[in-house]
Ligand binder design. Structure first.
Ligand SMILES: *Cc1c(COP(=O)(O)O)cnc(C)c1O
Length: 414
């Protein structure tokens, strides 16, 4: 290799472990399963526990396999540090667990992954106020901010209706007010978009989805971009203020989210995710192209009432998505016309698999109101813009002709 300092997105991920040196010239970081770690002597053990020397303490707070994945995700997001969790929800739960206290307020996009919505309901039961707003317009976020607002939380492309948050203007607003801006980047991934570019302080990725990419491992991550000034955040305990302020947030999140809350990633899962991440860019190019072609096919079909995909000119945030994202991603949703039974349609598909999960190599499809958004009830669904007939598609990497024929044939038969 040359001594070029800045490699491209994929080259960086592919060679990150190897260039740091691995025993026997291994190209993959090994799966370290040890829960405990030994030291040269008892003094060193104490010094590692006191944070005076680098080293691993106990598997719950991390290990070498997980640290290697953290470093890769961190490079993808160009952060100052990244922590991995057992699931995406573990990462989001750690934000709530580690950073919020009773009496605080969160301004959250109303267009949210269902379980994040449920987590905010839990927070409200524990004395944290959550204001749900239409985050496609920064004015709604600005109107909801109070002196008690600690966090503004949005998803880049909301699952399942694909609303795109007013990411850049919300970032500017948070910066001006000294509020921590947390962006769930799962739908775009750091290949299509880096939230750091619009001032996000913390970035969440559900590694389970496109980054792992094969539906064979659960994981989540939280990256500190270095954009937020932790000295103005009132909820950092004195313990975590020993290092430079840039480290305060992550120090508290690692201790509270991993050590105390225990939402730890398994080393075997970290390995699966690291292998999947090597092809993230290739898969995002293919799934984005497939999704755009499928969205166009659906939009042109008389049996389809509406298609939601940021890559379509008819999408309300098409321009913003085009300006901010490298391409429009693998998530789309659509509604069939009245009188067509969505179960009948789904059962006629031969390739697209009726299943939950997103960002798989295979195309997955699910009737939203009857499954993942069933628990919240019709009223809350309506407030989130979820039609009762809404069908979500996570577009895979199948050959485009096969995928389009599968949907075309199923519609034809309805
Ligand atoms: C799936 C998902 C999560 C949660 O990830 P898990 O790994 O399933 O816990 C969070 N946010 C978004 C946008 C997701 O799609």
């Amino acid at each position: 290799m040359t001594d070029k300092k800045h490699y491209g997105f994929t080259t960086t991920i592919l060679h990150n472990d190897r260039l740091k040196g691995i025993e026997h010239g291994s190209l993959h970081k090994p799966i370290h399963t040890s829960v405990a770690f030994g030291y040269a002597d008892a003094r060193q053990l104490a010094s590692v526990f006191q944070g005076k020397e680098p080293g691993f303490r106990y598997g719950r707070q991390g290990n070498p396999t997980i640290a290697a994945l953290e470093d890769k995700v961190n490079k993808m997001e160009q952060g100052v540090g990244t922590i991995c969790f057992g699931t995406g929800m573990g990462a989001i739960g750690a934000v709530f667990q580690a950073l919020l206290r009773a009496g605080d307020q969160v301004v959250s996009s109303a267009f949210l992954f269902g379980n994040t919505n449920s987590l905010w309901q839990t927070a409200m039961g524990q004395g944290v106020d959550v204001a749900f707003v239409d985050a496609t317009d920064v004015a709604n976020v600005a109107a909801a901010i109070t002196p008690r607002t600690r966090i503004v939380f949005v998803e880049t492309i909301a699952n399942p209706r694909t609303q795109v948050a007013d990411l850049k203007r919300i970032g500017a607003l948070c910066k001006e007010r000294g509020i921590l801006y947390v962006v769930d980047n799962t739908m775009t991934t750091p290949y299509l978009f880096r939230p750091k570019a619009v001032g996000a302080g913390l970035v969440i990725n559900a590694l389970t989805k496109s980054i792992g990419g094969h539906g064979n491992a659960l994981g989540g991550s939280l990256t500190d971009t270095g954009e937020y000034d932790w000295t103005v955040f009132p909820n950092i305990f004195e313990n975590y203020k020993k290092a430079a302020p840039l480290q305060w947030g992550l120090a508290q999140i690692r201790a509270k989210g991993l050590r105390d809350f225990g939402a730890s990633l398994a080393p075997e899962a970290a390995h699966h995710i690291a292998v999947g991440a090597e092809t993230l860019a290739l898969r995002m190019e293919r799934t984005s192209a497939n999704a755009l072609a499928l969205a166009r096919l659906l939009e042109a079909d008389a049996r389809v009432a509406a298609v939601h995909y940021p890559g379509l000119a008819s999408h309300p945030q098409h321009a913003i998505a085009g300006e901010l994202f490298r391409s429009y991603g693998s998530l789309l949703s659509f509604e069939l016309k009245d009188g067509i039974d969505c179960f009948d349609f789904l059962n006629r598909l031969k390739l697209a698999i009726p299943a939950s999960n997103l960002g798989d190599t295979r195309t997955l499809i699910i009737p939203v109101a009857h499954t993942i958004f069933y628990e919240m009830g019709a009223e809350r669904r309506a407030s989130m813009g979820i039609a009762e007939s809404l069908i979500r598609v996570s577009v895979g990497i199948e050959d485009p002709d096969d995928l389009l024929a599968d949907f075309g044939d199923a519609l034809e038969a309805c």
